[in-house]
Design a protein around this ligand. Structure first.
Ligand code: UGA
Length: 446
C-alpha cells in the first residue's frame, strides 16, 4: 500500500519504519527541516533500540522516504497516518493545533480516495472534528474516511511492540475504512478490535490512566510496606501471581513520567471535569505520583539533615531506561528540588544527557561515567533503572563516594547483595540497610 505518515516523532517514525519493513511504500513528512534531513541521511533523531538498522535497511531498498513537500506526501496516498504531537497545556488540557494544521494540509493536497488514520492521542470527539475539517476542504470527488487507531507502543521497546502488540484498535463509523485498516495489519497476526470512533479514542485514555493507577496503587502499598516492615517486591510478586492482577506495572518506584501517562491521565481528568463529573480516583493517582517524585529528597533530608552544600550524584536522567526522552522525567523534578535545597548535583545518563541539558542547562554538572558522577558525593540517587546503572558493582559506590549512601528510587539491587558492602541503602517499599549491613525492619534509619 502507499502510506503517508505525518509526524516523525517517536510514534510516527517507529510506525513508518515498521510499515516499510512489512513491505509497504511509506513516505514520512514533518514540519521540522532538520529532522527530515537527518532521516534522509539515515540518522535517527531519537534513541530507540532496533530503529537505526530498520531505518537504514528500508531507506536503502527504497520503501521508505522522507519529505517536507506536502504534494509528494499526500497526493496519491491510500492511507495517511497522523502522528503529530498533542502536548499538554498549562491547565492540563490538550493542545490540538498541530493536529488541525495537519488535517487542513492533508485536505488541500489529497487527490485520491483515502483513509485518514489518527495515531496521536486525542480527546474523545476530536476525530469527528478532523472529519469535518477534511470534508469541508477536500475536493468533492474524493472520498476521505477518518479512523482512530490509537498507539500502545512503549518507548524503549517500540519496535518490538509494533510487531508483538496485545491488540490493534480500529475505530471508525465506516466499515469499508475499517476493512482497509484490517488488511494493513493482518500480517502482524495481532488481535484486531473494530469499534466506533469515540470508543477507540476512549480506549487509549482509559488504558494509560489504568496503567498510571496500577503504578500509584503499588506505590501506596510500598509506602505502607515501609511503615510495617514488609517488602514490596514480595508483595508485588504475590499480587501479580493472581492472573486477574498480573505482574506488569507493579514495579514500585519514584513515580511515572514520560510524555504519555501523566499527560493522558490529566487529560482524562480534564474531560471528566468538562462533563461536570469528578474522577476522584485519578486525582489521587496524580497526587500520589507527585509525592513519589519528591521521595528521594525527603529521604536524603531525613538522613543527612539540610542538603545545603551537600554533593549529590544523580544516576539516570531519562524517564525510563532505553530511551533518551526526558519529558516529565522524575529526574527533572529531583534535580530542581536538589538545587532549591542548595545541593550540588552531578548527573549521569548513558544517552539522555544532551536532552536533559537542554532543559536544565548547566545549573548541574554532567559526568561521562558513573564513577566520575559518584566521586566525592555525599549521597547518590538512582532515578532510572538502566542496565548500565543497575549492574554497577556496589564497591564502585563505596570506593568513590565521600559517604556511601544510596537512595535507590527503582529498587535496582537485592537487599542481600547490599548487605555485603559498607553502604547505607534506602529503596522504595523495602527495609532500609545501614552501613553495618543491618536490615532496619521498619524502613527508618532514624
Ligand atoms: C505508555 C504506555 O505503556 C504505552 O502503552 C503507550 O503507547 C504510551 O504510554 C503512549 O501513550 O504513547 P511509555 O510512556 O513509553 O508507554 O512507558 P511505560 O513503560 O508505560 O512507562 C511510563 C512510566 O511509568 C515510566 O516513568 C516508568 O518508569 C513508570 N513505571 C512503569 C513504573 O514506575 N512502574 C511500573 O511498574 C511501570
Amino acid at each position: 500500500m502507499k502510506i503517508t505518515v505525518t509526524g516523525a516523532g517517536y510514534v510516527g517514525l517507529v510506525t513508518s519504519v515498521c510499515l516499510a519493513e512489512l513491505g509497504h511504500q511509506v513516505i514520512t513528512t514533518d514540519i521540522q527541516k532538520e529532522k527530515i534531513e537527518m532521516l534522509q541521511n539515515g540518522i535517527s533523531p531519537i534513541y530507540e533500540p532496533g530503529l537505526p538498522s530498520l531505518l537504514e535497511k528500508n531507506l536503502g531498498n527504497g520503501r521508505l522516504r522522507f519529505t517536507m513537500d506536502p504534494d509528494l506526501a499526500y497526493s496519491d496516498a491510500e492511507i495517511i497516518f497522523i502522528a503529530v504531537g498533542t502536548p499538554e497545556t498549562d491547565n492540563g488540557s490538550i493542545d490540538l493545533k498541530y493536529l488541525y494544521v495537519a488535517a487542513f494540509t492533508i485536505a488541500h493536497h489529497i487527490e485520491n480516495d483515502v483513509v485518514i488514520c489518527t495515531k496521536s492521542t486525542v480527546p474523545v470527539g476530536t476525530n469527528d472534528i478532523i472529519h469535518q475539517i477534511i470534508n469541508s476542504r477536500k475536493p468533492d470527488n474524493i472520498l476521505a474516511e477518518v479512523v482512530s487507531n490509537p498507539e500502545f507502543l512503549r518507548e524503549g521497546s517500540a519496535v518490538y511492540d509494533f510487531f508483538h502488540g496485545d491488540r490493534i484498535v480500529i475505530g471508525t463509523n465506516n466499515p469499508e475504512a475499517a476493512n482497509i485498516m484490517e488488511q494493513l495489519y493482518l500480517p502482524l497476526k495481532i488481535p484486531i478490535l473494530k469499534t466506533d470512533l469515540k470508543s477507540a479514542e476512549m480506549i487509549k485514555y482509559a488504558s494509560n490512566a489504568f496503567l498510571a493507577t496500577k503504578i500509584s496503587f503499588i506505590n501506596e502499598i510500598a509506602s505502607i510496606c515501609e511503615k510495617v516492615g514488609a517488602n514490596i517486591e514480595e508483595v508485588a510478586y504475590g499480587m501479580g501471581s493472581d492472573k486477574r492482577i498480573g505482574f506488569p506495572f507493579l514495579q514500585a518506584g519514584i513515580g511515572f513520567g514520560g510524555s504519555c501517562l501523566p499527560k493522558d491521565t490529566n487529560a482524562l481528568l480534564q474531560l471528566t471535569g468538562c462533563n461536570e463529573q469528578r474522577f476522584e480516583l485519578l486525582e489521587a493517582v496524580m497526587k500520589v505520583n507527585r509525592r513519589q517524585h519528591s521521595l528521594p529528597i525527603v529521604k536524603a533530608k531525613e538522613l543527612l539533615g539540610p542538603l545545603q552544600n551537600k554533593k549529590a550524584a544523580l544516576l539516570g536522567l531519562a524517564y525510563k531506561p532505553d530511551t533518551d526522552d526526558v519529558r516529565e522525567s522524575t529526574s527533572l523534578i529531583i534535580a530542581k528540588e536538589l538545587l532549591e535545597e542548595g545541593a550540588y548535583v552531578t548527573a549521569y545518563d548513558p544517552v539522555a544527557t544532551p536532552n536533559f541539558q537542554k532543559m536544565m542547562g548547566n545549573s548541574i554538572s554532567y559526568a561521562s561515567d558513573i564513577p566520575s558522577a559518584l566521586h566525592g558525593a555525599d549521597f547518590a540517587i538512582i532515578a532510572t533503572e538502566w542496565d548500565q546503572i543497575k549492574h554497577v558493582p556496589l564497591d564502585v559506590f563505596s570506593t568513590n563516594m565521600k559517604r556511601p549512601i544510596i537512595i535507590d528510587g527503582r529498587n535496582c539491587y537485592s537487599l542481600q547483595e547490599v548487605q555485603k558492602y559498607p553502604i547505607t541503602y534506602i529503596s522504595v517499599g523495602r527495609p532500609a540497610i545501614d552501613q553495618k549491613g543491618q536490615i532496619i525492619k521498619d524502613g527508618s534509619l532514624f
